[in-house]
Design a protein around this ligand. Structure first.
Ligand code: AMP
Length: 420
């Protein structure tokens, strides 16, 4: 193995591509910031029990994919595999839910860790931007979150995504359905691991991609037929609100999602250009999670959008983001005196809000001009001894090739005007 190799299932974000990641995070969070969501940041690791809860249902994320570690002090920690549990834990710890202003609306952005089988779009370290609205049961809130995610994707220029929507029922009707489904599944011809899954998270079996399994599931009891009246009415309201907002979605009865805590509304954003790892984001209601981690009843809803897969989706659709210019002016000094003079100009430009860079290391004109070209700068400033003796610098417009001498004292003002 080479010394210079990122661990398996990870990759580095490096320029210029890294700029896309920043732009995606910005675009996803902008609608949230404009909608009353406050920024929250939690640690990259938590006590392991926050994720490994002793509840009946379990998930692959918790049983197989979590990075756990024991500290030198003997604490059992886990690198966070997802954001929701951490955000809820932090909100409870800070008593945000008691401040009398429900829902508590929060957004976050960060790295998550899952010990997965790496492939394109599926990594062991990945990045999400997420939103949680804690403490309120209101279909408008579910609709708000879906609408904001849709708005975020559209603002990026994405079009080939679809929204899948389902209701998973609540603590009244879901267990009745779960029992009926388990009874049905136990009679099927399934392998050991799937049989185990029937006992811990039977709804996940419906998600099985294998044809021989799907064939046996044709007559499986359907959650839709088991939803209680309250869940049905709630779901209808969410659907109507989305339709009223002009957000197109598809009802998908099979949508279960990988995390164990979802109730009622669940949704996923899928992108058709991504092959097997097509989910770019997802979320739903988690009315029981607060109690599962030892808190009061706090019905909540949230989502997380994957930044890595959103970038892949942009590439799949051929969307070129309108990225901010990194360098507008590039300064090329010829000689020591010019170096000091031009560095002062660059500092002045930067203080005036103009993106400026500099040929460091006393390089020759040819090499320095190559760097100027590569920087994408619109203007280059060149100065040698003779220019300085005349009190000017040469200002070159890299688009037209036109070059003019500008008084050293005026160059910051001149460039600020030219760059608007
Ligand atoms: P989840 O937390 O499983 O609901 O995932 C939410 C979103 O995070 C997914 O739709 C993906 O875009 C992204 N995501 C989840 N797991 C991974 C992974 N292993 N690699 C890259 N992105 C992921």
């Amino acid at each position: 193995m080479s010394t210079f190799q990122a661990p398996k299932g990870t990759y580095d974000l490096i320029p210029p591509d890294s700029a896309k990641f920043l732009a995606v995070r910005e675009a996803i969070s902008a609608p949230l910031r404009d909608s009353g969501y406050g920024y929250i940041e939690t640690p990259g690791f938590e006590n392991v029990e926050l994720f490994a809860r002793g509840v009946g249902e379990s998930t692959d994320i918790v049983t197989k994919e979590m990075y756990t570690l024991t500290t030198k002090g003997g604490d059992q920690l886990a690198l966070r595999p997802e954001g929701t549990a951490s955000v809820l834990r932090a909100a409870l710890e800070a008593n945000l839910h008691k401040a009398g202003n429900l829902p508590v609306k929060l957004w976050y952005s960060g790295s998550y860790y899952r010990y997965e089988r790496p492939q394109k779009g599926r990594y062991r370290h990945f990045s999400q931007v997420g939103a949680e609205a804690i403490g309120t049961e209101d279909p408008v809130l579910d609709a708000e979150l879906i609408i904001l995610a849709d708005q975020a994707y559209r603002s990026l220029g994405l079009r080939q995504f679809r929204i899948l929507l389902n209701s998973l029922g609540d603590k009244e009707c879901r267990p009745v359905y779960r029992d009926a489904l388990q009874t049905f599944l136990r009679d099927l011809d399934l392998d050991e691991e799937t049989r185990r899954r029937i006992e811990i998270n039977p709804l996940r079996v419906l998600d099985d991609k294998r044809a021989d399994v799907q064939k046996q599931l044709t007559d499986a009891p359907r959650l839709r037929d088991y939803l209680c009246d309250a869940c049905k009415a709630y779901h209808e309201e969410v659907r109507a609100l989305l339709t009223a907002a002009g957000v197109v979605y598809e009802d998908d009865e099979k949508l279960v999602r990988g995390l164990d805590y979802y109730t009622r509304t669940t949704f996923e954003f899928v992108h058709d250009g991504l092959g097997s790892q097509s989910a770019v984001g997802g979320g739903g209601r988690y009315d029981g999670l607060s109690e599962m981690i030892g808190g009061p009843a706090l019905p909540s809803v949230g989502w997380a959008l994957g930044v890595d897969r959103t970038v892949l989706a942009l590439e799949a659709e051929g969307v070129e983001l309108d990225l901010p210019v990194t360098t507008s002016v590039y300064a090329v000094p010829l000689g020591d005196e010019a170096r000091r003079a031009l560095f002062a100009v660059v500092t002045g430009l930067r203080r005036a809000g103009v993106a400026a860079d500099f040929a460091f290391g006393g390089r020759g004109l040819k090499g320095a001009m190559k760097s100027a070209n590569r920087s994408g700068a619109r203007y280059t400033l060149v100065a040698g001894e003779r220019d300085l003796a005349e009190g000017v610098v040469q200002l070159k417009d890299m688009e037209s090739g036109e070059q003019t001498a500008v008084a050293l004292a005026d160059v910051v003002a001149e460039l600020t005007t030219r760059l608007g």
